[in-house]
Design a protein around this ligand. Structure first.
Ligand SMILES: *[C@@H]1O[C@H](CO)[C@@H](O)[C@H](O)[C@H]1NC(C)=O
Length: 456
């Protein structure tokens, strides 16, 4: 029986013109913005007995579904162990606000061609059309503590994909480092792979922009010393699995970067490492970074925000996302997620100086919306009618295998807490009007929504 199957598989492979035992498909396809007019297509293959099975990664793309006028581009491959090969292809000089179709081409060593996917490029910076962003944080695989919560959020993300211009995942992706809490019988690489496979329908067709969280630092959340494979330390998996526009924006790879999308300038910061007293920096329990010294990230952020603030007539909204919240109702308890004081000291003065509109974080496993606050976290108003300073949103409710957070007494600046799994949506309707909402992924109902006015 097995032998017959083997022969059948061999014959099928031979029909495709190459001899191989198990033909494979490109996996975990994803698209991300890559500076103005450019997009990165990325995917994974499992290799051929430890060797790269796609030495010449190639993508074919076209504005037509039938691939008339197609363009073929080559890319590059990297890896951090022998079980996975990560391929990235840059599509450059694309037209703004245009739908492109793409497919990954077959490799002679037994890798099939992919199906056809599509994405729509960003409008030019300053284009006045409304922008709709879906924000998720702290979304892992299902386990016994979140009871299917993450699958429900993934399903919810698929349902809103059509009305989303781009997604932002604010750190804590897959929770592959949660040994014992993760998917039973799966380990670090397998957990990452299964998470990315589950997300492919979203990530292959929509820009999926990511930032680093504490679960991206090393392969064991209880401490780097428990991560027995040195290939999996120091953000290694994260750095290879998501290609973000750090180079294009003067930032650093996928750890801190920015991009423009029509009315919005979006900035991703790294609240784990690369600033003074960073919670996951060198010598800490998770022991990551620094990649650019103690001030590289902060110098870049200052320059980036200064330029963005100077460009507000064209691009009015500035949003910053980092994994850890600066203010919020969950007090900092040892070993539990809470506010990050050293992050606040490092980043918040810059966010205030350049009048950033929103700081959207994750880390605490709920959704919390704060009223406008001053630099000490005290409320300055109980409405969002053109108040100054960043509006703080905590959105770590995606579906953490560690469960949900709750608190008895919220702080006075807390406007709303939702202890349910789900995701937030931010719609920038025009230069002055925004709408923020949170969707409970169990019911797919909006359980919070608020209109925000900012005259820039
Ligand atoms: C992490 O990698 C960076 C870049 O290679 C390196 O400079 C840094 O020392 C590493 N950090 C640790 C804790 O090994």
């Amino acid at each position: 029986m097995l032998f017959t199957l083997f022969i059948v598989v061999q014959c099928i492979s031979l029909v495709h013109g190459s001899f191989c035992i198990l033909p494979r498909s490109p996996e975990q396809m994803r698209v991300a913005m890559r500076g103005p007019n450019a997009v990165t297509i990325s995917w994974r293959t499992g290799g051929n007995f430890g060797k790269n099975d796609t030495p010449e990664p190639r993508v074919e793309y076209s504005t037509s579904k039938t691939f008339t006028d197609k363009v073929t581009v080559n890319g590059a491959t990297d890896n951090y162990d022998k079980s996975s090969f990560f391929h990235n292809v840059a599509l450059l000089d694309l037209l703004p606000s245009t739908t492109y179709y793409y497919r990954i081409l077959a490799a002679p060593t037994c890798v099939r061609e992919s199906g056809i996917h599509s994405f729509t490029t960003a409008p030019l910076a300053g284009n006045p059309s409304a922008v709709s962003i879906t924000l998720v944080g702290d979304l892992g695989n299902d386990n016994l503590l979140n009871l299917g919560g993450s699958s429900r959020t993934m399903k919810g993300l698929r349902q809103v994909a059509d009305k989303t211009d781009f997604f932002v995942h604010i750190g804590d992706i897959s929770y592959a480092d949660d040994y014992g809490l993760g998917v039973p019988f799966e380990f670090y690489e397998q957990s990452w792979n299964s998470w990315q496979k589950h997300m492919t329908e979203v990530t292959a067709n929509q820009f999926y922009m990511t930032g680093p969280g504490n679960h991206e630092v090393t392969c064991a959340i209880l401490g780097d010393f428990l991560c027995l494979n040195s290939n999996y330390k120091n953000f290694s998996a994260y750095l290879h699995r998501f290609r973000m526009p750090g180079d294009e924006s003067g930032g650093y790879k996928n750890l801190w970067y920015s991009f423009d999308y029509g009315l919005v300038h979006y900035v991703i910061i790294n609240t784990e490492t690369d600033f003074p007293d960073a919670p996951s920096g060198p010598g800490t329990l998770l022991n990551g970074g620094n990649f650019k010294g103690l001030t590289g990230q902060l110098d870049w952020l200052k320059a980036d925000l200064e330029a963005a603030n100077g460009n507000r007539a064209q691009v009015p909204w500035i949003i910053v996302s980092g994994h850890r919240p600066f203010f919020g109702s969950l007090p900092k308890l040892p070993a539990l997620p809470g506010n990050c004081d050293s992050c606040r000291t490092a980043f918040d003065p810059l966010l205030q100086q350049y009048n950033v509109d929103f700081y959207v974080s994750g880390h605490v496993h709920w959704y919390e919306r704060l009223y406008p606050i001053d630099a000490n976290g005290n409320p300055i108003a109980y409405n969002y009618d053109n108040q100054p300073g960043p509006i703080h949103i905590i959105n770590g409710a995606g579906g953490a295998p560690e469960g949900k957070a709750s608190v008895k007494t919220p702080i006075s600046a807390s406007a709303k807490i939702v202890s349910a799994f789900g995701f937030a949506r931010l719609e920038l309707k025009d230069a002055s009007n925004a709408r923020l909402s949170f969707v409970d992924s169990k019911t797919m109902q909006e359980v919070d929504s608020v209109d925000i006015i900012r005259h820039h």
